[in-house]
Design a binder for this molecule. Sequence first.
Ligand code: G4P
Length: 512
Amino acid sequence: MTASRRTFAIISHPDAGKTTLTEKLLLQGGAIHLAGQVKARGQARRARSDWMKIEQQRGISVTSSVMTFERTDADGNTITFNLLDTPGHEDFSEDTYRTLTAVDSAIMVIDAAKGIEPQTRKLFEVCRLRSVPIITFVNKVDREGRACFDLLDEVADVLALDVCPMSWPVGMGGLFQGILDLKSGRVSRPEGGSKEFLGKVDEDVELPGEVAEEIELARAGYPEFDIEAYRGGDLTPVFFGSALKNFGVVELIDAIAKFAPPPRPQPTEAGPVDPGHKEVTGFIFKVQANMDPMHRDRIAFMRLVSGTFKRGMKLTPSGLGKPIAVHSPILFFAQDREIADSAEPGDIIGIPNHGTLRVGDTLSEKNQIRFTGLPNFAPEILRRVALKDPTKTKQLRKALDDLSEEGVIQVFYPEIGSQWIVGVVGQLQLDVLISRLEAEYKVEAMLEASPFDTARWIKGSDKALRDFADFNKMNLAKDRDGDPVFMAKSAWDVGYQQERNPDLTFSATKER
Ligand code: G4P
């Protein structure tokens, strides 16, 4: 069963065509019948919640979801694809990073006219950290774009990856005539939306002179596709196509089915857990507040790592210590949310809960396993939270704890003074914070400049921590879990303290 799962994400810079490609992938999988439904569903969902007004106003998607679809290949093998949507907006990188911990591979979408853009690169770096293999899709070849060699060189140079073109556009923009499969030599044509094979290049297709030359060069100039190098994250196969015109999309799905790795073992401190391990285990990579602001329930997204999950099963979250029964898990089929009866490694399960499940939690039957690798990132923006009505302190504390559990913000409680500090990776998270404080907790708060610029988790022996605290009380805080954090005035400050305190580590990420 596990061999038939492909759990992946699409990474791209905004506007490269991720939404369009997602729609087309789902269409191919028969999961939705009308293109445009991904967005339409999003809008219906947004209307349900107050805080999501921000999404509407800014026309971006803050929430991310999971889409499952199936496809049977020419040999009759059915593959289940789990596509994890990563929010495209640059502000929401932390959320996106975490989602990438739950996939086995990724598709990188590049706009043929633009090449590698900043967000593509950032997301790629996260994939590289975890050796997530990447298939590249150069999109929008129906429009005038940059030369293919140029784009391939850029991927190779900027990302330090071997590239292997799998297909080649025959002309671009107005001259676009179809796509050549470099291996088989067949050209598929976009006419009438369906494709037609013109035969072997060398035999019956007359390619324009330059194109034929280009293709000869392409065939000679790049290494053969090597699946091991791809799966190790060292080589990316590159496909050309047009999401809008639904061109090259089938080839892309086929490539995921054929080359992308099935569910991988996941790391724990005691060594990796294999998908074949009998015990049901998984980890929470995302928590999302329910759409209804009147109810505080949340959906925790768990990636199943091992075992066959059955509805009603009792699992113990590492953060809680006592088992919970998972009675109404949700599987995310694209058309609807369906109640899951069972799930296999690689699948994502939504678990409704009232705040007991947190990002980074491991769930397991025996409560002996802890997955690692789901970091909190040092916030890039810090703000002091001030209340308009000082009698609401308790509500504020509860709200900040809740929202930090969800991963919307991070919260720091300074050792000295009563003003709490929130940290975010992107500005937009602050708007979400204010809006949700008002809508869900009836707390009116203001965000003020913070005396600190960045934060680092500190680790060391009790004595080293105590000695440090004696001199730096003003700069110490506790995070939501009570772990010590050094609040720094600048990055320079961090370096300075690290040098003076070699017994302590100052870390920009924290793993739970
Ligand atoms: P994103 O999720 O990565 O942000 O991108 P999205 O799919 O929303 O696509 C961004 C724009 O690029 C859209 O145009 C979309 O229609 C266009 N696009 C996507 N794929 C292709 C392609 O293969 N060829 C061409 N020519 N265009 C493509 P828009 O005008 O901004 O939005 P819309 O009004 O068309 O939805």
